[in-house]
Write a protein that binds this ligand. Sequence first.
Ligand code: ZN
Length: 249
Amino acid sequence: MSIPLTSEEKAYYARQITMKGFGEKSQTYLKNSKACITGLGGLGSPIATQLAAMGVGYLRIIDHDTVDLTNLHRQHLYSIDSVGEPKTAVAAERLRKLNPYIEIEAINTEIAPDNAANLVKDMDIVVDALDAMAPRYAINKACVDLDTPFIHGGVIRQIGTITTIIPHKTPCLECFKGGIDDSKLPSNASQGVHPSIINIIASIQTSEAIKILTRKTPSLPGRLLFFDLEDLTMEFIDIAKQDKCKICG
Ligand SMILES: [Zn+2]
C-alpha cells in the first residue's frame, strides 16, 4: 500500500517534483521506499545526505566507527564537535534535522558474513559506501541471496569506480572483483583521497539508486564506470557475469 505525499512534503520536494519525468509519482515511490547505506564515511556522508534530502522514506544507515579529525575534510555530515562520537548517532541526528519527514534507522555495528543478511533484509536497495572488500563481499552475497540491487562504489586518490549490481541479471561483485585481500590493497590512509572524487562517485551512486527506486532504468548495470579527476576522463568498462561465480553462478 502506497502512502500519499502530504502538502508539506510536496513543498519540501517541489524543485525535484517539477523536473520533467519525475513528478509526484516518483516522489511517492521514494516516500514508500527503503534504502540501506553501508558505511558513513567519505561516500556514505554525501549518499546519506542526498537520499535523505530527496525523500527516501526509510533509510537504514550502518557504521561502526567514531568520527576522527582526519575524516572532516571529506565527511561533511560531521563537525569538529563530533570528533570521538559514533558516526551513526551524529549522522542520524543530522539527517533527522535535515528531513523530518523520513525515518532513519541507525545501526552501530561492524559488517561481517554472519550479520550481513540481517542488515540488508527488507530493503529495496543497498548502496555501498564501504572502504574495504571483506564487508563488501558479505553485503554482495546477502544482496544476491535476497535479490536486492546493490550500487557498488569505490574511491582512492583522485580515482573512482561505480557499477550497479542487479542480482542474477548483471555480474555481482565477486564476478568482476572477487578474491581481493584487503591487506594487499592500498588504503585512503596511505594514499589519500580527494573530496571532489568522493562527491562525484557518491552522486552517481545516488542517481542510480533514485532511478531504481523510481522505477526508471539505471545506467550502470553490467558496466563499470571509471572516473579520473586528474584529467577528467570517464571510461565505461563492460563487465561479464562468471558462470562459475561462487556467489551468483
Ligand atoms: Zn557473481
